[in-house]
Design a protein around this ligand. Structure first.
Ligand code: C5P
Length: 250
């Protein structure tokens, strides 16, 4: 499935299904009960490193049986052959979105994108996973970045360069903060799929996120999907919290 077709199909999902609830919990049981509490409109859930380390591929199967779409956020970074094989496994699990680090370089991103473009589509969703590149983790400061990889470039310039490289290598889109969204849309245009975390509904506590945007602000700046964790998962009624956010978007 080519990426233009895939991106169009993902963008066609209704707003409520383009909110991804992050299941940042350490067990299968907690993940399943949280997913169930989202109700019928809670279509998309994120399985990240914590949950996948605890519960493995089985949690993906179980969540799919609850009719959930899966954002498998494992941020691959390895040699091209390994990354391409892992992306192939994400496809066979029926994930809808998966991630890798853009700093993994051209060969690895191209290998993963090629593996996915050739992967068979999932029988339930009718899609293969979209490959999203992570440019620079927002938790990294300029100073830490300098320790890892000294350069005269500003973080912003590095983000732009990695994003361009990822798109040129065949990735389907990017994960990026609301703060970086306008700049990336200005550089890359409307085509790449953009998934944005760090979202807080208006009037809620920012917690440990430094640069947050409301759901409406992020969508208006060009996000296609939003990743929302605690604002939904720690609400007394997660399904109602999700529906309230979705209502803000329609
Ligand atoms: O609870 P909260 O809404 O902050 O959860 C955000 C989710 O998005 C978490 O799963 C976190 O790993 C992820 N994330 C983030 N900020 C980034 C990248 C990913 O919060 N820059």
């Amino acid at each position: 499935m080519d990426r233009i077709q895939l991106i169009a199909r993902l963008r066609d999902l209704p707003a409520a299904r383009r909110i991804i609830t992050a299941l940042d919990v350490p067990s299968m049981d907690q993940a399943l009960s949280l997913a169930e509490s989202l109700g019928a409109s809670g279509g998309f859930v994120k399985v990240g490193l914590e949950l996948f380390s605890a519960a493995g591929p089985e949690v993906v199967h179980r969540l799919k049986n609850l009719d959930r779409d899966i954002f498998l956020d494992l941020k691959y970074h390895d040699i091209p052959n390994t990354v391409a094989s892992a992306a192939g496994v994400a496809a066979s699990l029926g994930a809808s979105l998966c991630t890798m680090h853009a700093s993994n370089g051209r060969a690895a991103m191209t290998a993963a994108a090629t593996a996915l473009s050739e992967a068979r589509v999932d029988s339930r969703t009718g899609r293969r996973p979209a490959l999203l590149a992570v440019t620079i983790l927002t938790s990294l400061s300029e100073q830490e970045m300098g320790e890892v990889s000294p350069s005269h470039d500003l973080l912003q310039d590095r983000i732009q360069r990695l994003a361009r490289l990822a798109w040129d290598c065949g990735c389907d889109g990017l994960v990026c903060s609301a703060a970086d969204l306008p700049g990336l849309r200005a550089t890359l245009g409307p085509e790449p799929l953009i998934v944005t975390p760090g979202i807080r509904p208006a009037g809620t506590d920012a917690g440990d996120q430094h640069r947050v945007a409301t759901p409406r602000e992020a969508m208006d700046a060009g996000a296609d999907f939003l990743v929302i964790g605690r604002s939904i998962t720690r609400a007394p009624d997660p399904g109602a919290a999700l529906q309230a956010i979705a209502a803000e978007l329609t």
